[in-house]
Design a binder for this molecule. Structure first.
Ligand code: F0G
Length: 401
């Protein structure tokens, strides 16, 4: 039904070979389905609940999946912010509403199911936080051990709390995410743990369903699809899914894939701006949006293709622009997201200000993780609660009544 294919040289490998890079050229692998064997219609899909598993014919799992009912996240119309920006069709897909509070659950339901399907007994990842939380959750559900490597002192507290509580073996390294990924990759190759970072081609299959759901919810194809970019797996995954729908005849045109990075951590944006053939890694990435504090995105090659082939854009936003949008989403739309997630909408605000996009476009921004993931950054932006004596006059005085 499917095989693995190198995204660079096209070398083909069997579906059950445990492999993260091409043996010939070292590039990443992607899952390739035999499209002629897929006979599902969108009508049939639409009879099923909105979830990752609605689209199971385009997923690699053929055992009962390890699932906590991920996906089916809300698509909100941003009426107030849209009006402020002069955009008539601005939407946010709130991936923070997944079981562990981020889009990673879409990848992990598929990735951990594949670990079992391939007979693996333990799983591992490096993470800026959300991947580790999600892996811990799905490993717990599957009943297998998980090892997670985090950059010490650079992971939001909610994510560490999740990884610990769900029982992962949590290791903090004195180094950044890029180094943690190299280390866990080596660990998996030498000790047989199943690697569930986004270099795993199966995990990204789950994430492509963000795009499918958004089109199904909108009832039409958006003009632009906007994602925060860290390791660049998610934007690549959504683009791959759209290409598959195009091949199946479900979509005639693919949205302009638009990637937003934080200023201090923006190698993909630089490669697009300077028209470089590949990204130049940044050795000391830094941003308040720790989820996307990544200097050497492993999926960059695929992300550059996605952005270039669809006529999309890439832009970076400052930490202040990110935080300002985090507050605006919370206070003007009732949508609570973590800083990295606010980057997608902050990027759109900046692109509108620069006159780079058409105000009539139908725009879907993916907001990737929940507000409660990073309470410290929230608290720092807000006035503390007023503490008063427990009597009515004190209350009225505190309320200036
Ligand atoms: N938004 C959030 C909240 C994330 O946690 C991440 C990535 C991204 C956006 C970027 O997605 O890497 O596919 O481009 N977090 C990873 C992690 C790296 O370890 O949790 P990407």
């Amino acid at each position: 039904m499917y095989h693995l294919e190198c995204v660079n040289c096209g070398a083909v490998y069997p579906a059950d070979e445990i492999l993260y890079n091409c043996k010939i050229c070292g590039h990443l692998l992607a899952v390739k389905y035999k499209m002629e064997d897929i006979s599902i219609s969108r009508g049939e899909w639409n009879c099923r609940p909105l979830s990752v598993w609605r689209y199971r014919e385009l997923l690699p799992v053929n055992i009962p999946p390890v699932t906590l009912m991920e996906g089916g996240t809300p698509l909100y119309r941003l009426t107030r912010l849209g009006k402020e920006m002069g955009l008539s069709h601005l939407y946010a897909k709130h991936e923070g509403m997944n079981p562990s509070g981020s889009f990673k659950d879409r990848g992990m339901t598929v990735g951990v199911s594949m670990a079992l399907q391939l007979g693996k007994k333990s799983v591992a990842c490096a993470s800026t936080g959300n991947t580790s939380a999600s892996l811990a959750v799905y490993a717990a559900k599957a009943g297998i051990p998980a090892v997670v490597l985090l950059p010490a002192g650079k992971v939001a507290v909610g994510k560490v709390a999740q990884a610990l509580m769900h029982g992962a073996n949590v290791i903090s390294i004195r180094g950044n995410f890029d180094r943690a990924l190299e280390m866990v990759h080596d660990l998996c190759l030498t000790h047989g743990l199943y690697l569930l970072n986004s270099i795993n081609p199966f995990r990204l299959e789950g994430q492509k369903t963000i795009g499918f759901e958004a089109v199904d919810q909108l009832g039409e194809i958006p003009d632009r699809f906007v994602l925060p970019v860290g390791n660049a797996g998610n934007i690549s995954a959504v683009y791959k899914g759209f290409l598959e729908w195009q091949e199946l005849g479900f979509m005639d045109q693919i949205p302009m894939m638009t990637g937003i990075q934080a200023e201090g951590s923006s190698p993909v944006v630089r490669a697009i701006r300077e028209n470089l053939p590949e990204v130049i890694p940044e050795t000391n990435p830094e941003t308040i949006a720790t989820a996307i504090r990544i200097g050497a995105p492993v999926n960059a090659e695929k992300a550059l293709t996605a952005i270039r082939k669809t006529g999309g854009l890439a832009i970076s936003v400052s930490d202040e622009e990110i935080l300002s949008m985090q507050r605006d989403l919370a206070r003007k739309e009732g949508i609570g997201v973590e800083p990295a997630s606010a980057a997608s909408v902050a990027g759109i605000r900046k692109l509108v200000e620069q006159g780079a996009i058409d105000r009539d476009e139908r725009i879907v921004c993916v907001v990737t993780g929940h507000l409660l993931k990073d309470p410290d950054t929230v608290i720092k932006q807000c006035e503390p609660p007023k503490e008063i004596n427990a009597d009515l006059p004190s209350l009225l005085s505190a309320l200036h009544l």
